[in-house]
Design a protein around this ligand. Structure first.
Ligand code: ADP
Ligand code: ZN
Length: 598
């Protein structure tokens, strides 16, 4: 059995080995058991039902919530020469009838449907079709606990009961244990076959930059993008206005960038998304409205312009980078202003207490002084012993110094202003500014006026953020964001406790691209000129075929071609991602290119 699935993996998908848990999940499905697969985005969930679909005798029905996701998967399968199709409202009745015929004759291996079309079909034509397997993708949509509940999904439990002899595989990337339990219940999964993989995404390089001024940030971001060698990326912004601003900045610099947010016409949004998927636009500047339903595997970088509201959102957003397993960089910018803004937002939300706790955890991640990946995975209840080697902290460990005196300056500044000033004004007082907002309240007469003149505003921002994070200071959201001293803060102020702080990092965005990666290994030098040539060819083919370039070959496959430079079709077939169908269709063209450019 396992030999057969391995053969299918190579001949149909071009991959040599299974990723962790894929093989086990496939064996469970082939043994006719209900199966539940939890893997992070990019973990390779699709293979878990696609390989069985090719081995099982009859049709596999795949339930998926979004047309764009169905389309992407069907195109990928068709490119690999696999008989797959989707059945939804975009089809004409002619097309539908043809498809129904194909299902009835057993000519189709996989049929993708939305739940709202699946249920009525079960009562009519699908009743006569022999079904081997039911795969429910994005299974968290069935749970009201999940982040993306869809009422249509809740009917799937009934559908399951109507198909008592058909095994079911449910798949999700949800990290939340309550949601997972609910999925099993809602879908009546009769199973102990749970496959939950690690949430680690070792190929994502995690970088965080705190308290950078706007002008400096723009400079850094432009440098960062310049180094990305024209590869695709997303800038996530809190507001539509900021997203618009980034697009203008990037366009002015000559980049192909588009905006995406809920303020645009549906048509413009769809076109921006389409252009991005097809590599026609390099950068999307978006609010978090962007990303659902995007399977693009060659997103190489993501920038957060602001602090996300919690770690779940952050993780989901960075998860859109590097789905092909190749190195990708994710860069987060945040300021205390973001914390305040998100805090205000959360205060007006349904669950303000939970929301605030989650925001605090997000800030802790941003302010982390030890391996960030450990902090991130800890949040998902995964404990990793070793530092990752692929985050900014691991690559540039911060220097700690005794921060007691610094803290005392800030704390006494807060005390002497009777806890009635916010961060910016406090910093002005500490640095001895004589501006109007300082003098008109007489703050220039305070003893603390000017005690902290030795530190720049940037340094003070950095220190105060840490004092908040260490729990010495609180922000009073309901009192114009004024700073308050906590009990722990008083202990430091009165010399009962000492603290350490980190020195602010240099402002320049240090390049981490050329560092040796701890986990993501390149076995050979990649010929980057050749890679670019192959990439151009890929784009040309994709345009002709009307599919996104990453569906022709993903970045991992092109990279391997550019490093191992195959000469014969046999050698080409050895490359991961080159299955039988693609070998015949594209093998010769790419071999020729490699020969010509060597
Ligand atoms: P998910 O649905 O879990 O987000 P996908 O099924 O889209 O992930 O897979 C992510 C990427 O990994 C795809 O480009 C896919 O082709 C690739 N992939 C999946 N399984 C393997 C494997 N065994 N070997 C190499 N690449 C794989
Ligand atoms: Zn690390």
């Amino acid at each position: 059995m396992s030999l057969e699935s391995l053969e299918i993996l190579k001949s149909s998908f071009g991959y040599d080995t299974f990723r962790p848990l894929q093989q086990d999940a496939i064996s469970a499905v082939l043994a006719g058991k209900d199966t539940f697969v939890v893997m992070p985005t990019g973990g390779g969930k699709s293979i878990c039902f696609q390989v069985p679909a090719l081995i099982l005798p009859n049709l596999t029905v795949v339930i998926s919530p979004l047309i764009s996701l169905m389309q992407d998967q069907v195109e990928t399968l068709n490119e690999n020469g696999i008989e797959a199709a989707f059945y939804n409202s975009t089809l004409s009745s002619d097309q539908k009838n043809k498809l129904i015929q194909q299902c009835l004759n057993g000519h189709l291996k996989l049929l993708y449907m939305a739940p709202e079309t699946f249920l009525p079909a079960l009562d009519s034509w699908l009743d006569d079709v022999r079904i081997s397997l039911l795969a429910i993708d994005e299974a968290h949509c069935v749970s009201t606990w999940g982040h993306d509940f869809r009422p249509e999904y809740s009917q799937l439990g009934v559908a399951r009961l109507a198909l008592p002899d058909v095994p079911c595989i449910a798949l999700t990337a949800t990290a939340d244990v309550v949601t997972r339990k609910d999925i099993i219940k809602q879908l009546h999964l009769q199973t102990d076959q749970l496959f939950i993989s690690s949430f680690d995404r070792p190929n994502l390089e995690l970088i965080v930059k705190g308290n950078i001024k706007k002008k400096e940030k723009i400079k850094q971001v432009l440098e960062f993008i310049e180094k990305q060698n024209e590869s695709a990326g997303i800038i996530y912004c809190f507001s539509r206005k900021e997203a618009d601003e980034w697009t203008v900045i990037l366009n002015k610099e000559g980049y192909r960038a588009n905006t995406y947010h809920a303020g645009l016409k549906a048509q413009d949004r769809a076109s921006a998304q389409q252009r991005f998927i097809h590599d026609e636009t390099q950068i999307i500047c978006a609010t978090i409205a962007f990303g659902m339903g995007i399977d693009k595997s060659n997103v190489r970088w993501i920038i957060h312009n602001n602090l996300p509201k919690n770690i779940e959102s952050y993780y989901q957003e960075i998860g859109r980078a590097g789905r092909d397993g190749m190195p990708a960089q994710v860069l987060l910018y945040y300021t205390l202003k973001d914390v305040v803004m998100q805090g205000n937002f959360i205060k007006g939300s349904e669950k303000p207490i939970v929301g605030t706790k989650k925001l605090q955890r997000m800030l802790q991640f941003a302010e982390a002084t030890s391996c960030r990946r450990k902090v991130l995975l800890n949040y998902f209840n995964e404990n990793h012993e070793q530092d990752c080697g692929n985050c900014d902290i691991c690559m540039h460990p911060p220097d700690f110094v005794d921060g007691t005196r610094i803290a005392q300056m800030a704390l006494s500044g807060i005390k002497r202003t009777k806890e009635r000033v916010a961060t910016t004004l406090l910093i002005k007082i500490l640095r001895g500014a004589e501006s109007h907002d300082v003098t008109n309240r007489g703050f220039h007469h305070l003893k603390t006026h000017g005690v902290g003149a030795a530190y720049s505003e940037y340094e003070w921002q950095h220190y105060i953020a840490q004092l908040i994070n260490l729990g010495l200071i609180e922000i009073a959201y309901d009192e114009y964001l004024s700073l308050k001293i906590t009990n722990a803060g008083n202990k430091v102020l009165f010399g009962e406790k000492e603290i350490n702080v980190t020195v602010p990092p240099e402002k320049a965005l240090r390049s981490t691209r050329n560092k040796t990666k701890a986990k993501v290994e390149f076995n050979k030098e990649v010929d980057s000129t050749l890679f670019d040539v192959l990439r151009l060819k890929r784009a040309e083919i994709a345009r002709k075929q009307g599919v996104p370039p990453y569906i022709v070959f993903n970045d991992a496959t092109l990279t391997q071609m550019a490093s191992s430079k195959p000469i014969t079709l046999n050698q080409m077939a050895d490359i991961s991602g080159v299955g039988d169908a693609k070998l015949i269709k594209y093998g010769p063209v790419f071999l020729e290119l490699i020969k010509d450019n060597n």
